[in-house]
Design a protein around this ligand. Structure first.
Ligand code: ATP
Ligand code: MG
Length: 603
């Protein structure tokens, strides 16, 4: 992909939510025409004979999400999950979760489990039943081998012993047709014998491959006799050492779809050139009676590109292994586990997927679009609370005289300022006494023009508490302000009849010294400074933001200190925060900044 220009960075407008798209139109057309109405389904994946013995398929469409279990899923996968599972849900279908584990070297059960968790967390069930076992492509190795023998027997495949270099040279290029391999004219009997030797471990890794026999002059280079099986002595995490030959992805993938009776196989645009081979292969195997028709069809959509974000498992792995982040679930990571720990909700990610829509051309989505979706979701749901992130002590010098020495006055505010219809907001309780914490920036000895908060002679309200009048401050030898001084105006407590007796221009947030609790607050910023950190082959490590994490000790009101892990809040005026899923505990609160109150990205 070429380096993107700001012009094709799209901030997507809310009105595009849930509109139709070309995939919906294709599915609706197929449902109208009954393209897949005659399919049968035997309850499990299988070949033509297997499904012929089954029932008419209860699923109107079948889609699939086929991750390779070689890393943690990221926001791009979330888009694909929402598309595939969402379309199946909307059209009376079933979406399959299938591990594309045909590549023996890179896979790991840690990744398998994390993918299952991610799909579940996003709110989806797969394979037609809650908690069904996911399908795995390695279960189809036996059929794939049989399909390869069939292609050999029907004259559609041959064993090629050219070296990798010879094969590359003879493939030609966009301007030059390929050259037939000298092994291309072997008889089916000879090919079958050698292919079985390959399977039986009689040949070295890399010494020969099985190739489909199509057309070395095809304008589509993918049709110039693509390799479909290779020799690779590697222990597979499911099949162990059963096989020393493994199918190539381009051969395996269409077969996986067909065995599972997938109707619409949705993938990203880079697979467009593979579609002719996908169709060619399934035609051969269907006409040979191995696979039940009608064959699945492949459709391509644009992958998600998000500004300031990398969506490549390999590059994300590099950040983890080079300790640029604390792990796959570091809240700065665009992985699903990272987003979850950051405070993202499944609802926010689903709205995001709907809002960005499905298109046939690549573009960049502005990061603020993702943040906007989270803000919208949390706006109505997150409990409010007060936290002071940069505290200075405020002393109410007349408190003991007017309120009584040591007196603590109970205060309360609703946790939800706009509760949904018919729901009563929970109430937060806290106390005010002689000393409270306020934000350092809420006091100015000499106020700048238009400043409405604390300065000598000015009155403000302590939100949910009393009106106070500032009288000055104390400083240490270095001139740093150590305490802000004020007097409390009695009978002005919020919610009492006297609350409106004194008019003020500002209400400031605060936390009582008596009941405030220290909390670790992790202030996250974008991980990269460059909007397109890896575009055009750039080294993304160079644009890492050195200030992407700042840890502060804040003081929070009691209701926040008692948060459950993963609970989300709006810290009034500061933004949305989540109690860290991993480190937050009773008596040791830890919060992550999820998203600010306003879009600060474009500015
Ligand atoms: P990566 O390059 O990060 O390893 P991948 O495409 O190799 O990603 P797979 O596990 O093969 O990862 O992907 C599973 C599915 O998710 C595929 O159908 C793939 O097209 C889709 N997918 C991956 N990345 C994106 C993305 N950025 N936007 C939309 N879909 C994506
Ligand atoms: Mg892949």
């Amino acid at each position: 992909m070429s380096t993107p220009s700001p012009a094709n960075t799209a901030a997507v407008a809310p009105e595009t939510v849930k509109t139709s798209n070309f995939l919906r139109q294709i599915i609706e057309h197929d449902l109208d025409k009954g393209t897949y109405a005659a399919r049968r389904w035997a309850g499990t994946p299988g070949d033509a004979a297997h499904h012929a013995a089954g029932q008419p398929d209860p699923a109107k469409v079948r889609t699939r999400f086929p991750p390779e279990p070689n890393g943690y899923l990221h926001i791009g996968h979330a888009k694909s999950i929402c598309i595939n599972f969402g379309l199946a849900r909307d059209y009376g279908g079933i979406c399959h979760l299938r591990f594309d584990d045909t590549n023996p070297e890179k896979e790991d059960t840690e990744y398998v489990n994390s993918i299952i968790d991610a799909v579940k967390w996003l709110g989806f069930d797969w394979n037609g039943a809650p908690d069904a076992a996911p399908y795995q492509a390695s279960d189809y190795f036996g059929f794939m081998y049989r399909a390869a023998e069939y292609l050999i027997e029907s004259g559609h495949a041959y064993v090629d012993e050219q070296t990798t270099e010879q094969m590359r040279a003879n493939r030609g290029d966009f301007t030059k047709p390929g050259v037939d391999s000298p092994f291309r004219t072997r008889t089916p009997e000879e090919n079958l014998r050698i292919f079985r030797e390959m399977r039986d471990g009689e040949h070295e890794d890399g010494s020969m491959v099985l190739r489909a026999k199509i057309d070395m002059a095809s304008p589509n280079i993918n049709m110039r006799d693509p390799a479909i099986y290779r020799i690779r002595r590697a222990t597979h995490h499911h099949t162990g050492d059963t096989w020393c030959i493994y199918p190539m992805y381009t051969f395996a993938h269409p077969i996986e779809d067909a065995l599972e009776q997938i109707t619409h196989s949705l993938c990203t645009l880079e697979f467009e050139d593979q579609r002719p081979f996908y169709d060619w292969l399934l035609e051969r195997l269907t006409e040979g009676g191995l696979l039940a028709g009608p064959a699945p069809r492949q459709y391509e959509f644009a992958r998600l590109n998000l500004t300031y974000v990398i969506t490549s498992k390999r590059k994300l792995a590099q950040l983890v292994y080079d300790h640029k982040v604390s792990g796959w679930d570091d809240p700065r990571m665009p992985t699903i586990v990272g987003l979850r720990r950051r405070g993202y909700t499944p609802a926010a990610l689903q709205v995001f997927a709907d809002r960005i829509g499905v298109t046939k051309s690549d573009s960049w989505i502005d990061y603020s679009t993702l943040e906007g979706c989270l803000r919208e979701d949390l706006e109505l749901k997150a409990h409010r609370g007060m936290a002071v992130l940069n505290p200075v002590k405020l002393v109410l010098t007349n408190w003991d005289d007017v309120m009584g020495a040591g007196h603590l006055e109970p205060c309360s505010l609703p946790a939800l300022p706009h509760p949904p219809e018919g729901v009563e907001s929970p109430v937060r309780h806290f106390t005010i006494g002689k000393a409270v914490w306020i934000e350092r920036e809420d006091f100015e000895e000499v106020p700048p023009k238009g400043y409405k908060r604390l300065f000598p002679g000015n009155k403000v309200r302590l939100k949910g508490g009393y009106v106070i009048e500032c009288t000055g401050c104390t400083k240490d030898a270095a001139g740093t302000i150590t305490e802000v001084l004020a007097t409390v105006v009695p009978d002005t407590k919020s919610g009492t009849p006297g609350a409106d007796s004194v008019k003020v221009k500002a209400a400031i947030t605060w936390v009582g010294v008596a009941d405030g609790v220290n909390a670790e607050v992790r202030m996250y910023d974008r991980l990269f400074l460059d909007a397109h950190p890896d575009a055009g082959g750039k080294d993304f490590i160079e644009s890492l933001n050195p200030n992407s994490l700042k840890v502060v000790t804040a003081i929070v009101e009691p209701s926040l200190a008692n948060a459950a892990p993963d609970q989300k809040f709006q810290f009034e005026r500061h933004g949305y925060f989540v109690a860290d899923r991993v480190d937050h505990a009773a008596g040791k609160p830890v919060f992550n900044l999820a998203v600010g109150l306003k879009d600060s990205w474009g500015k």
